[in-house]
Design a protein around this ligand. Structure first.
Ligand SMILES: [Zn+2]
Length: 140
């Protein structure tokens, strides 16, 4: 059973995700959430931004590929666009995932083997020259 604290945290993360999606339709946005919510984040963002696509079908003109970035707040390792999907969704039965992908998608730890971060920062449409500012603001 989930504790009150867990439920409260879940509600807070839900709000962060919904705010991010709402803003992403119009302008650049970023947020920091626990890695364990990254699949929920990705699924909800994808269905809001790309309602015409199914998740694992090859795509053209994919907004996610062009706009979404993920960075670890601790070690500053990056993931780009639709690559993020392959870290968020882990399928045990298909032995196709790298140890880094499993670490992120299943153990909910940073994909960098030498980092113990449990949080991830998602960025949407943020220009490269603003990225350091965001890391300073939300990084460890
Ligand atoms: Zn890290």
């Amino acid at each position: 059973m989930k504790s009150m604290l867990d439920l409260k945290k879940e509600k807070k993360v839900d709000k962060i995700i919904q705010d991010f999606i709402k803003k992403a339709k119009k302008k650049p946005v970023f947020c920091r959430i626990p890695i364990k919510y990254s699949q929920k984040f990705y699924a909800e963002l994808d269905s809001a931004i790309n309602p015409q696509f199914q998740l694992f079908i090859a795509r053209e003109n994919d907004m996610i590929k062009d706009n979404l970035r993920a960075v670890c707040p601790k070690c500053h390792s990056w993931l780009f666009g639709d690559e993020i999907r392959n870290f968020v969704y882990i399928f045990e039965s298909l032995k196709i995932h790298s140890p880094n992908q499993k670490r992120f998608g299943k153990d909910h730890l940073c994909f960098n083997m030498n980092c113990d971060s449990q949080d991830i920062i998602f960025l949407w449409g943020i220009p490269e020259n603003k990225r350091n500012y965001i890391l300073k603001k939300l990084g460890n």
